[in-house]
Design a binder for this molecule. Structure first.
Ligand code: PMP
Length: 360
């Protein structure tokens, strides 16, 4: 067996221990004589899996008691609609647009009410995070929306915006569980799990209880109402059961690693190796304003499209996979999520050094 270093932005690398443990349990989960894929979501065995998964994520993220944790389907994109449908009581929301995912969320919400783009970094191809300390927050805004880590552009909010008392909603898909956050600062924090947490097909929504109501926009489907899932403890219908099981294993892996403070230190160390190299390189350069750099997604370019393509091709041959930048921006991007070992980043930098020597 030979595994590559996989720098994919998502679906992405998972901890080997988790994959191995799932493989060991594939045919017979814990003496049940069946795989988790084959068992009823109402069985005792699955009930234990989902209960433990919730307890573990609560512990890892220090989630206050007045928040619900929902394991849902539809990916992060479904939340782009679910959030306005459930939260728009005044039919007004403020969006900070720092990349394509925030823009898509903004466009989707615009179908349901008056949506204001109160800040944007589109003027410089989303290479920075705008100053959000004193934005024109709407008096009657139901919430203020951000995408906290911008997967495509490699920027991250280092400070949360000043929402002037309004509910903050954040997409944390690409920085989920990469460092501690203060959940109490958000009304909703959510993420697709296929980057830092588990297999695709599932989104985790952490939502303050007072935001879970029957007072949703007329016509909101039952399945898109938070209350449906909160009341049924994510078992209103068949949940993404295998995904929940793998996420649960990742939570246990994170706890064994020492929790989110330790992951943050590890992630800072990994990102520094790559950014330090980029900052002195004569061939490669990072594309993001230094203070807004993401710990998870690191875009870089040579400035020459042919050279970029050569790099991606030769890196792949050297076992460094999925380094091509997003199709809309080009260049390269290394996603270095929790499960990317430090050796992977060191191997990438060693390869970049060699490539630079050969091509300058
Ligand atoms: N938000 C962010 C920050 C993302 O990176 C992505 C996916 N790359 C999405 C939302 C959309 O996720 P999904 O494909 O799960 O709908």
């Amino acid at each position: 067996m030979s595994r590559v270093y996989n720098f994919s932005a998502g679906p992405a690398v998972l901890p080997e221990e988790v994959l191995q443990s799932a493989a060991d349990e594939m045919l017979d989960y814990n003496g049940t004589g069946m795989s988790v894929m084959e068992m009823s979501h109402r069985s005792k065995a699955f009930e234990k899996i989902i209960t433990e998964a919730e307890a573990d994520i609560r512990e890892l993220m220090n989630i206050p008691d007045n928040y619900k944790v929902l394991f849902l389907q539809g990916g992060a994109s479904q939340q782009f609609a679910m959030i306005p449908m459930n939260l728009m009581k005044n039919k007004v929301a403020d969006y900070i647009v720092t990349g394509q995912w925030a823009k898509k969320a903004y466009q989707e919400a615009s179908k349901y009410g008056k949506v204001n783009k109160i800040a944007s970094s589109e003027d410089k191809t989303f290479t920075y995070i705008p100053d959000c300390s004193d934005l024109p927050i709407s008096e009657d805004a139901d919430y203020v929306y951000i995408c906290e880590n911008n997967t495509i552009y490699g920027t991250k909010f280092k400070e949360l915006p000043n929402t002037k008392g309004k509910t903050l909603v954040a997409d944390i898909s690409s920085c989920f569980l990469s460092e501690p956050i203060d959940v109490s600062k958000y009304g909703i924090v959510y993420g697709g799990v296929q980057k830092n947490v588990g297999p695709a097909g599932m989104v985790i929504v952490i939502i303050r209880e007072d935001l879970i109501t029957e007072d949703v926009l007329p016509g909101t489907p039952t399945m898109l109402t938070y209350k449906t899932h909160a009341d049924a403890k994510s078992l209103y219908n068949t949940p993404p059961a295998y995904g929940i099981y793998i996420c649960g294993k990742v939570f246990k892996w994170l706890k064994a690693m020492g929790g989110l403070e330790v992951m943050k230190e590890r992630n800072e160390k990994k990102a520094k190796i790559l950014y330090d190299f980029l900052d002195q390189s004569k061939l490669f350069k990072g594309t993001v304003v230094a203070k807004d750099r993401s710990l998870m997604n690191v875009p870089f370019v040579t400035g020459d499209e042919e050279m970029d393509a050569k790099f991606v091709k030769e890196a792949k041959e050297a076992g460094l996979e999925n380094l091509k930048g997003h199709r809309t921006v080009g260049g390269m991007r290394a996603s270095i999520y929790n499960a990317m070992p430090i050796e992977g980043v060191e191997a990438l930098v060693a390869f970049m050094k060699k490539f630079e020597e050969e091509n300058l």
